[in-house]
Design a protein around this ligand. Structure first.
Ligand SMILES: CSC[C@@H](O)[C@@H](O)C(=O)COP(=O)(O)O
Ligand SMILES: [Zn+2]
Length: 226
């Protein structure tokens, strides 16, 4: 699992604290109903700390995390089972060596936008201040938040995400992907970056769904000036 620098990677305790705090907030935002969602943080070139499968992410304790290797295999035979979607996390770390954290939530508006936009393959956002939360600061910044088909077979899902990240369509300036009828994955160099990106996607999907002239194309069609 090569990456540019391992110097700034967090300790297990710090990564655990970051994920418990982020997941608790995402749960209270209504993005992690039931046992949905999963979170991981890279600890070293060969270790990722990930949430255990089937836990309420609103009430995680340090025992609800385990270390897996780059293939997603648990480091210890004892302890909880890793997230069912460990393969998706590993596909992201493999394709994007600079990534240090991957967070996944089931955001309602992401699922709604995914249903609406699946044919075009992305949700288009522009003309909204919050786009800066993705690190896009140009005055005319826009983002095509990509949509990938969901698969019940989780190995197939991991392969679909890997194929997207390695495709010509992949735009590295947009730090996430929306899975059709499922939820959003966002990543970042640090846990704080991944958290900011998840929260920004949450806002952008709600805005896109709730605002009938949410992008410049829709504004033009409806005759709205900027
Ligand atoms: C609550 S069903 C959702 C799961 O199928 C999955 O998509 C999910 O997000 C949580 O799976 P988990 O194995 O707990 O990490
Ligand atoms: Zn999920």
């Amino acid at each position: 699992m090569p990456q540019s620098s391992t110097a700034d990677l967090p300790s297990r305790d710090d990564a655990t604290a970051e994920m418990i705090a982020a997941a608790g907030d995402f749960y209270r935002f209504g993005w992690l109903h039931g046992t949905s969602g999963n979170l991981s943080v890279r600890l070293s070139e060969s270790e990722v700390l990930i949430t255990a499968s089937g836990k309420s992410k609103g009430a995680l304790t340090p025992d609800d995390f385990l270390i897996v290797d780059p293939q997603g295999k648990p480091a210890s035979k004892k302890g909880p089972r890793p997230s069912a979607e460990t393969g998706v996390h590993m596909a992201i770390y493999k394709a994007l060596p600079e990534v240090g954290a991957v967070y996944h939530v089931h955001h309602l508006h992401a699922a709604l936008c995914g249903k609406r936009d699946f044919k075009q393959g992305y949700t288009f956002v522009n003309d909204v201040e919050m786009i800066k939360g993705l690190g896009l600061w140009e005055p005319d910044a826009h983002a095509r938040i990509p949509l990938v088909e969901n698969h019940h077979d989780l190995d197939e899902l991991a392969r679909a995400v890997a194929a997207h990240l390695n495709s010509e369509d992949f735009d590295a300036t947009v730090p996430g992907v929306n899975l059709r009828n499922h939820g959003v994955y966002a990543w970042g160099k640090t846990p704080a970056d991944a958290r900011r990106h998840i929260e920004t996607f949450g806002y952008l999907f709600e805005y896109s769904w709730l605002c009938p002239m949410h992008d410049s194309e829709s504004q033009a069609v409806r005759g709205f000036a900027r």
